[in-house]
Write a protein that binds this ligand. Structure first.
Ligand code: FES
Length: 106
């Protein structure tokens, strides 16, 4: 198997649906995506062989919103605040341990 370009490639859904429909855009998904990007950069974890944070459209897991997914690990998380993002960065990206309390089971 070839090694992936990024060790952890993160996709944040920031999709906004029409009013009343549950979606990641109802939550501070954009702000927390930006926060993760800033933190990853500040900790020098970004780039090839490391972490990349990207925006994504709907990933069809809206009922669990807000969601992000980390590939190639294929680990899905539901997050709520900066502390959750910090924990994913520290535990998953730096220590290689999945944050089970935030993980969405398949
Ligand atoms: S709106 Fe985020 S998964 Fe559908």
């Amino acid at each position: 198997m070839t090694e992936s370009y990024y060790r952890h490639h993160v996709f944040f859904c920031t999709n906004q649906k029409e009013e009343g429909k549950k979606c990641c855009g109802q939550f501070p998904a954009v702000e927390l995506r930006d926060y993760m990007k800033q933190q990853v950069k500040a900790l020098k974890l970004s780039g090839r062989g490391a972490v990349r944070v990207n925006n994504a459209g709907c990933m069809d897991r809206c009922s669990l919103a807000p969601v992000l997914v980390v590939y190639p690990d294929a680990v899905w998380y539901r997050y709520e605040n900066q502390a959750d993002i910090d924990e994913i960065i520290h535990e998953h990206f730096q220590n290689g341990t999945i944050v089970t309390r935030l993980r969405i089971e398949k």
